[in-house]
Write a protein that binds this ligand. Sequence first.
Ligand code: NAP
Length: 247
Amino acid sequence: MNIIKNSRVAIVTGASRGIGAAITGRLANDGFAVAVNYAASSKEADAIVARLQAQGAKAIAVKADVSKADEVRRMYETTERDLGKVDVLVNNAGVLKTVALAETSDALYDQTFDINVRGTFNTLREAAKRLNDGGRIINLSSTTLALNMPGYAVYNATKAAIESFTKVFAKELRGRNITVNAVAPGPIATSLFLDGKTEEQIQTFAKMPPLQRLGQPDDIASVVAFLAGPDSGWVNGQILRANGGVA
Ligand code: NAP
């Protein structure tokens, strides 16, 4: 890969590993200058930036806990200073702990809503002021919302909120030529999905889609790249399920 052009700027939240890391790699390959956001994993984020820069891309690592409005504001300010005004926002940062609703603690409820919902809200609110006209916003939902499996009540509730943000915000940005869409992945082989599961549980998920495998981060990165690029200009306010046909 040899990247020579970096005309448009993208922020990818939660990009230090997993799906977010794959998205930054793909967007950099497509010619974007990318801000690799993370909350805690600075070594991983720095390694991604070093790799992208070695390939000729413009990339920076930006620490910000998306659940904190002031940190999100600083994330935009740093990105604008170092890379330029933002064209694409990918709201990828998210957490999942599968726990039955009756056993969910107040702390877990707060953490899941703070990062998944407030985090997305914070970056969207700031995007309304800061995104270039003609920009793109891509939020991460989840196919678990369609599956209604036990243990996913709180997580699914956060993703339902994100889908609502997506559809309403697309309309609120009327006149700016900015599209707002969401991608709802099925099971993807990342630590968010794999951690805490037995091999048997993982295989059960892998057999669910008719394509008979787990998704890989690149399966989602390519969908995000489509929604971030010129070919998706007429797709707006939509939820795109990328899940191998599981639901
Ligand atoms: P992952 O491997 O656990 O990565 C999560 C990323 O989010 C990490 O880079 C983490 O960085 C970052 N993050 C966590 N809290 C943050 C915060 N407060 N502020 C900023 N960054 C934060 O997860 P993933 O599987 O790639 O998931 C990415 C997105 O896809 C999530 O929204 C998830 O809900 C969605 N999704 C995943 C699957 C799946 O099967 N994997 C399926 C459907 C949807 P730090 O370590 O620095 O905190």
